[in-house]
Design a protein around this ligand. Structure first.
Ligand code: GLA
Ligand code: ZN
Length: 686
């Protein structure tokens, strides 16, 4: 594995997707773009994302003149360029000549030409043709001073079931299992007479075929990730050859279920992602802000804290959400700086100029069809650019987290692929977010990692619903706790191994010694059923009264663990539901049922007090106010973000500090207007 080539920006990037190829017939518009970019404080553009047909209108015809001009013009105006490889969409001639590049659905039907993101990742022709155009791009722009970063393709996602992919899947399985007996054993194929007698009988899961072999479904998903990684490596080859020092990224999509981003991260230098929250829709802004923060923290964690890029966001509305609302005044700056507060070194948009036709002609853009700077959205973007300028010395700084929440893709696939204990509402991701939220509201920074990451830097690790415990994970958790760490585990943990086979000998399988409990059975509640958690009084966490329990309740038997709470009702009333077990120098908490948010908030607040966990400020902020801290050398920057629709007060203490966006000095209680944001600079030891 080659070493990462991180981006080190000395300023924040402010820019986004730019599609000059849509405007080649109106050169005055392209010239006008530069004037407007300057006004909007834009210092970066991403070019080429879907430009293949304009770059290579026929197999032997390449047209780079237009891109030469754009690259030069950007450089002349001090605008950095991220150049995308164009494989996200392809020219018609290509699909016509090489039909194997088109994706095949799970029903075996090959797609017609069209759309985007619908190519086969295995097709040797597609790999050859993408390498060829990438080689040409790299050759032409290797020395171009505007080019700062490669952007491979666009938003990798999806699966292909063509014969080539099926064959590659079987090869992948041969490498993983060596022989069919091992595969049959791992997938428990005697179930419903699924035993395979030859490799050629194995097909991917399909609604018209097998959907019930969990091991098969899981391996197929792993294969899709590995094949996507392999495709990225194939696209990278010419780039690495001709521009060995230029970093490479591709744009992720937060917590989407399909791809294990931890694996993609290993073949990229820089992490970037596209964030499109549904602001001002159902639910509270605060809940949504927390969920977005979770994704930002995940993206930061994917490269162990290295700053990421907010590659895309909308300056106003999208066109694809069920209801595409405008961002209310203040929300643009607030949501943009939220990314920065969580470790982004950029604020970038889709799109610079609204396209005139096609399905995205009503998607928000910095420049609307009116074509000038006299719009509310343009002013919001300009103000964000100005704020980023004031904050530029924060670029490159880091975030320190003592706490990690495990959100694990393979675990998610296994939980979502399982039948039971409820069909709906297993809610792995929302559960991870609920635990995360308890720290977020305290202003305690959290890394979001998967179960394979190094835990040694953390003091607290929360692993909600760790259903799948892969080989080695139990040992690393044990080591973490032995050395003094605090681990929080919940119901529906320690159920299956790497192959989705249930552990024999009692739940939570390999976590039994750690938790000091044995789970006998799990009760699934209907949506209207409620039980209660009644804490043992007094308790060191300061838990009081009783808390609602819903959805899942396990009946457990403490072995070495101490009981901290009991069930309030049903036939298992008075049985234990919350325990703690001492293990080595650390402790392991076990929550045997899904408790309401108020419980998680109180529990983690108590834990945080007991362990003296770091917080942005000593006093937890009021509801809706989010605090985050970036640090470099002896300086730290406190981001205070008000996601509520009421003013909120933050007490920054008595030492005067400069609020960087306004440039004004502040101290004591500072009021933040609804959707207001402030960034205070202070010495580290403050
Ligand atoms: C994605 C894509 C963009 C654009 C936006 C619209 O993030 O990468 O090309 O389609 O969605 O929101
Ligand atoms: Zn395929």
């Amino acid at each position: 594995m080659q070493k990462d080539r991180p981006l080190s920006l000395s300023k924040f990037w402010h820019g986004g997707d730019y599609n000059p190829e849509q405007w080649l017939e109106t050169p005055h518009i392209l010239e006008e773009d530069v004037r407007l970019m300057h006004l909007a404080q834009v210092n970066q553009v991403t070019v080429g994302v879907f430009s293949w047909a304009s770059l290579q209108p026929d197999e032997e015809v390449f047209e780079f003149d237009w891109l030469d001009q754009i690259m030069d013009r950007m450089y002349d105006h001090h605008i950095d360029v991220i150049l995308a490889t164009p494989s996200g969409a392809r020219p018609a001639w290509l699909a016509e000549r090489y039909p194997e590049v088109l994706r095949v659905g799970p029903d075996g039907q090959r797609n017609f030409y069209g759309e985007r993101h619908n190519h086969c990742f295995t097709s040797p022709e597609y790999r050859r043709l993408t390498q060829r155009i990438n080689y040409r791009l790299a050759e032409r722009y290797a020395q171009h001073p505007a080019l700062k970063l490669w952007h491979i393709s666009n938003e990798f996602s999806g699966e292909c079931y063509c014969p080539l992919c099926q064959e590659a899947f079987r090869d992948w399985l041969r490498r993983r299992y060596g022989d069919l007996e091992s595969l049959n054993r791992a997938w428990w194929t005697r179930f419903w007479s699924h035993t395979y007698q030859s490799w050629s009988q194995i097909a991917p899961p399909s609604p018209r075929g097998t959907g019930s072999l969990n091991g098969l479904s899981l391996d197929w998903k792993r294969f899709v990730t590995d094949q996507t990684v392999d495709f990225i490596l194939s696209e990278r080859k010419p780039l690495t050859l001709l521009t060995p020092n230029l970093p490479v990224t591709t744009n992720f999509m937060g917590t989407i279920p399909g791809l294990n981003y931890w694996k993609l991260a290993q073949v990229l230098d820089v992490i970037s992602w596209d964030s499109y929250p549904r602001w001002h829709s159902e639910g509270s802004e605060t809940d949504l802000a927390c969920s977005v923060a979770f994704s930002h923290d995940l993206n930061r964690s994917l490269k162990q804290g290295q700053p990421f890029l907010l590659m895309e966001s909308t300056p106003s509305m999208t066109n694809w959400q069920a209801v595409s609302k405008l961002k209310r005044p203040g929300m643009h700056l607030l949501s943009s700086l939220q990314a920065v507060a969580h470790g982004s070194d950029s604020v970038q948009y889709f799109q610079w100029r609204k396209s005139r036709g096609g399905s995205e002609k009503f998607h928000g853009a910095v420049v609307d069809h009116v074509g000038n700077e006299h719009t509310r959205v343009f002013a919001d973007v300009r103000d964000t650019g100005s704020a980023l300028k004031e904050l530029s010395r924060i670029a490159g700084s880091r975030i320190h987290s003592e706490v990690a929440v495990i959100y694990d893709w393979e675990n998610r696939w296994a939980i979502e692929g399982a039948y039971g204990p409820r069909r709906e509402g297993r809610d792995y991701l929302p559960t991870c977010e609920a635990h995360y939220r308890a720290f977020w509201r305290l202003g305690t920074s959290v890394d979001v990692i998967d179960s394979e990451q190094d835990l040694s830097a953390y003091r607290v690790v929360v692993a909600p619903m760790l259903y799948m415990v892969r080989t080695g994970v139990d040992k690393r958790l044990e080591q973490f706790v032995e050395q003094g760490g605090t681990l929080i585990l919940t119901y529906w943990s320690g159920i299956v191994d790497d192959s989705d086979l249930c552990f024999l000998g009692g739940v939570p399988g390999p976590l039994r010694r750690l938790t000091g409990i044995l789970v006998e059975e799990i009760d699934a509640l209907t949506d209207t059923d409620v039980n209660a958690l009644v804490p043992v009084m007094p308790n060191h966490l300061g838990l009081l009264g009783s808390y609602a329990l819903r959805t899942f309740c396990e009946r457990i038997h403490p072995e070495t663990a101490t009981v901290l709470g009991h069930y309030g009702s049903d036939f298992y009333a008075k049985e234990p539901v919350l325990t703690v077990n001492s293990y080595g120098r650390g402790s392991v908490y076990y929550m045997a049922a899904r408790a309401e948010q108020r419980f998680l908030d109180d529990f983690y607040c108590g834990l945080s007090r007991e362990l003296h966990l770091e917080r942005a400020l000593d006093t937890p902020p009021p509801e809706g106010l989010s605090l985050s801290v970036r640090t470099h050398d002896e300086t730290q920057w406190l981001f205070a973000m008000n996601f509520s629709i009421e003013p909120r007060i933050v007490d920054i203490g008595q030492n005067p500090q400069v609020e960087l966006i306004s440039g004004l000095e502040a101290k004591g209680a500072v009021t933040l207007e609804p959707f207001g944001v402030a960034v205070f600079e202070r010495p580290l030891a403050h």
